[in-house]
Design a binder for this molecule. Structure first.
Ligand SMILES: Cc1cc2nc3c(=O)[nH]c(=O)nc-3n(C[C@H](O)[C@H](O)[C@H](O)COP(=O)(O)OP(=O)(O)OC[C@H]3O[C@@H](n4cnc5c(N)ncnc54)[C@H](O)[C@@H]3O)c2cc1C
Length: 412
């Protein structure tokens, strides 16, 4: 028997919809309170392969494939000169050999629609939450009335904050967010085209300061900069001026996107390395970005958000404690944060470079494909679920750099 049967989910992103699909499958009475996003474009367009099995379980892969770009791998470039490529069909068989770059408006709509088809109720209205003296959260009366009949006019058993980085419950209850090491600024827009190594790869390029992503989408490219605040400010006062001037003036961008024309407005993001100190209470839980988010360098955000939906649903179906849920989510976020640190300090690419330049002998021919298999598993999204692969990587970046200086691949 599921633990909680009457469930309110606040938010209409992928984490909210995935959870609603899974909970209705358990027979829970699930209501999604949605506030449609006014943003013209949404970040989170490149999926790692480990999301594909989730899309299959949710029954939405075919629809998503029809409007997305097939993503066969990823590449990381340094000053536009040196390239590291990872093809997902070279990963071990237990990991999907492909993924997708998705237009987020359509991706969100597919999942939300599936949630409704599965039996979740969708109510478009802002919810006001309050906490009573016992620490229980309550929906405001209007919201309860709008959900009329769903839970016999009672408060739900569980309220899930899936409203993204606004962190509704955390702000209401003053729960602190633990910040990560970097406090960069991201500037996001779509452009008409850029140079591409492969028309489906997610491209990650070190620029003069910070890095940029290039995600090919049908008919356009998502291009975003993740740069130190000071570098952004050198290029103008507004997000738009900063974006346009970095695109024009950064020496690396002059090679990678010399003719790119911006198609959308520029959206700025700040503070995207953060985890809530607590992810659950007596009758509430945080899901997806509302509980924590990781630097976007490895496109791990949607994986973490959607995995947390699967974890919460599983905990509910087994009648396990929300404490287990919190541990699982924090473990996942911690694993990705560790990888992110190895990217920024240059040790990740240095260790890969060492592997590529080892002498050709019988031992190395045996051991290198095995090591590469583990490393590519991590890039595919299996970082937290494969503790041995993470341990191996930790060993390589600590003891396997030989005489190479990781500064070569450090991100300023
Ligand atoms: C710069 C940057 C680049 C990124 N790139 C990638 C990437 O390439 N790949 C990747 O996987 N991830 C990426 N991410 C992360 C990814 O965008 C998020 O992890 C993901 O969208 C989280 O999903 P979610 O469902 O938890 O939240 P969201 O997608 O944020 O959904 C929350 C929804 O709730 C709605 N909402 C807000 N307030 C309320 C309210 N009061 N009531 C009701 N609804 C509300 C919002 O409108 C929103 O639609 C990136 C993040 C950043 C900052």
């Amino acid at each position: 028997m599921p633990n909680y049967k009457n469930i309110a989910i606040i938010g209409n992103g992928p984490a909210a919809s995935a959870l609603a699909i899974l909970l209705t499958g358990q027979g829970c009475k699930t209501v999604i309170f949605s506030r449609p996003s006014k943003a013209p474009i949404t970040v989170g367009e490149s999926l790692v392969p480990m999301i594909v099995p989730m899309l299959q379980t949710l029954g939405v892969e075919k629809e998503i494939a029809a409007y997305s770009t097939l993503k066969p791998g990823a590449c990381f470039s340094y000053d536009a000169d040196e390239l590291f490529q990872f093809r997902f069909n070279e990963t071990p068989d237990d990991v999907p050999s492909y993924s997708y770059n998705v237009p987020r408006d359509k991706f969100n709509a597919t999942l939300l629609n599936k949630a409704q088809i599965s039996g979740a109720r969708l109510i478009e209205r802002e919810v006001h939450l309050s906490a009573d003296k016992n620490g229980l959260l309550r929906l405001d009366n209007d919201a309860l009335q709008a959900a009329q009949g769903a839970w016999d006019n009672q408060q739900p058993d569980l309220i899930v904050d899936a409203a993204g980085r606004v962190n509704l419950i955390g702000r209401l209850l003053n729960i602190p967010m633990q910040k990560g090491n970097r406090q960069d600024r991201a500037l996001f827009a779509h452009v008409d085209q850029t140079e591409l190594v492969d028309p489906g790869y997610v491209h990650n390029d070190r620029i003069e300061q910070g890095w940029c992503w290039r995600i090919p989408l049908p008919g356009k490219v998502s291009l975003g900069f993740v740069v130190p605040e000071s570098y952004a400010l050198q290029h103008g006062e507004t997000a738009q001026a900063q974006y346009d001037n970095i695109l024009k003036a950064d020496k690396v961008m002059q090679k990678l996107a010399p003719n790119a024309k911006r198609l959308t407005e520029v959206l700025p993001y700040q503070n995207y390395q953060s985890v809530s100190a607590t992810l659950y209470g007596k009758n509430w839980a945080m899901l997806g970005d509302s509980g924590g988010f990781v630097d976007p360098v490895f496109s791990s955000g949607l994986l973490i958000a959607m995995t947390s939906a699967f974890q919460l649903a599983e905990i509910n179906s087994r009648n396990n404690s929300l404490d287990d849920y919190e541990k699982q989510v924090k473990h996942h976020i911690t694993a990705w944060n560790e990888l992110v640190d190895y990217y920024y300090d240059g040790r990740l690419m240095t260790s890969i470079k060492v592997g590529d330049s080892l002498e050709d002998n019988g031992f190395n021919r045996l051991i290198l494909p095995w090591i590469k298999g583990h490393v590519s598993r991590i890039f595919s999204g299996a970082a937290a679920s494969r503790p041995f692969s993470m341990k191996l990587l930790r060993f390589l970046v600590t003891y396997g750099l030989r005489d190479r200086n990781p500064e070569t691949y450090k991100i300023k």
